[in-house]
Design a protein around this ligand. Structure first.
Ligand SMILES: [Cu+2]
Length: 421
């Protein structure tokens, strides 16, 4: 049986103060909130800057008779959304999203797909111009790939841009469990960027106290991820001052996500239809990424600091325990709190004056469920979760390891002043 947060609150009385689970999760999260998690990348052929998939990886390939051969294995995977929450997902090669495929326009590619799932699957190359029989739509353009079978897809890349791969078999279940990945085709030659990041958006229904996403949920999601991680489990994007940066966003979730950058404005340069002519690039700070699309943005990181990068739907920058809560804003709970305290020692009310306090509260919650907002910055709780990460722009960097929090020049931080009213 699955429980909503509201039901859980009612049944387990978790509004009562506790110190166990959430306290442990919070200290573990605080400990990792400033750590690097940017993986190494597979070296390219030198003609492009290899893409960094934060909290992810790049798929290696071997050259066989002039064909770049990749191997995807569709399989169940366990994904840690953030410390304290492990989720039973499906993905490719041990992760969700699957490893990023990178190639160059003009390449001939062969992708072997082995099915280690308990049901049939197929792989569709979203946005890529393939011969019809390589399009991966089970039943329409090929037979479904049965468990333990391996299929070969082979085609020549005759475009460049930011594309995706995902199943076209039992899509509702397979994508709800995390089966998706980037397929990035670099142009032959052309200007390079210094840093190139790829972030896959997804939303999940993992009910409090459970471990497996519910694929039958259509609108009521409670976990919102960048590369199948929630803040503060999301790796920061580390860039050096004045570097040219590209951020590619893909979305196979059920909702659109306006992805917002602080401290900069970026230019929209690509959709999953390909490159936009430079004369038609447009500036934004929030770019709405609809289901089944990609958007690519470029900017010069000319503003040093720690800049939030997040979905601007407020519930999407929160974790599981923030949704579907009884509204107690402005409710005077003092009298009833006194009565309850007689019955439940340690009980405390919450929600009368906003919910920011909850980021600091040491609440006891259900197993495998993250607090609504977590992560501690240099000035206190950050009070975010979900689709949130930090772009760290630094004047000097010895490596792309996490440089820690930004050291603000004296006199440049907002602070309390004497009342002027
Ligand atoms: Cu969103």
């Amino acid at each position: 049986m699955s429980l909503s947060r509201r039901q859980l609150l009612a049944r387990t009385g978790i509004a009562a103060a506790g110190t166990a689970f959430f306290g442990r999760v919070q200290s573990a999260l605080a400990a990792i909130s400033g750590t690097a998690d940017t993986p190494g990348t597979v070296a390219g052929d030198g003609s492009y800057t290899p893409v960094v998939t934060p909290n992810g990886s790049t798929l290696p390939w071997v050259m066989k008779d002039g064909v770049k051969e990749f191997h995807l294995v569709a399989e169940p995977v366990k994904r840690e959304f953030a410390p304290g929450m492990m989720v039973n997902c499906w993905g490719y090669n041990g992760s969700t999203p699957g490893p990023t495929i990178e190639a160059v326009e003009g390449d001939r590619v062969r992708i072997l797909v082995t099915n280690k799932l308990p049901e049939s699957t197929s792989v569709h190359w979203h946005g890529i111009l393939t011969p019809n029989g390589m399009d991966g739509v089970g039943g329409l353009t090929q037979k479904h790939i049965e468990p333990d079978e391996t299929y070969a897809y082979e085609f020549t890349l005759r475009q460049h841009g930011t594309y995706m791969y995902h199943p076209h078999s039992d899509e509702m279940v397979q994508m709800a469990l995390g089966m998706m990945g980037f397929f990035i085709i670099h142009p032959k030659g052309g200007p390079k960027v210094d840093r190139d990041f790829a972030i896959f958006l997804m939303e999940w229904a993992v009910n409090p106290g459970t471990f497996t996403p519910n694929p039958s949920i259509m609108t009521d999601f409670n976990n919102f991820t960048f590369n199948s991680r929630v803040y503060p489990g999301t790796a920061p994007l580390i860039v050096k001052l004045n570097q040219k940066v590209r951020v590619r966003i893909a979305n196979l979730s059920m909702d659109n996500h306006p992805i917002h950058i602080h401290g900069h404005r970026w230019w929209v340069t690509e959709t999953d239809g390909g490159q936009i002519p430079k004369s038609a690039w447009w500036p934004e700070t929030s770019v709405d990424v609809a289901p089944g699309t990609t958007r690519t943005m470029e900017f010069v990181a000319d503003n040093p600091g720690d800049w939030a990068l997040h979905c601007h739907k407020t519930h999407h920058a929160m974790n599981a325990m923030s949704h579907d809560i009884p509204n107690l804003l402005g409710v005077d709970q003092d009298a009833v709190t006194k009565k309850i305290k007689k019955l439940v020692p340690g009980y405390m009310d919450m929600g009368s004056d906003g919910m920011g306090d909850m980021a600091e509260m040491q609440m006891k919650g259900p197993k495998n469920t993250l607090p609504m907002m977590t992560g501690t910055g240099p000035f206190g709780p950050i009070e975010m979760g979900g689709m949130f990460t930090v772009l760290k722009v630094r004047e000097s960097l010895a490596s792309y390891d996490d440089p820690g929090w930004y050291q603000h020049p004296a006199g440049t931080v907002a602070q309390a002043v004497k009342s002027v009213s």
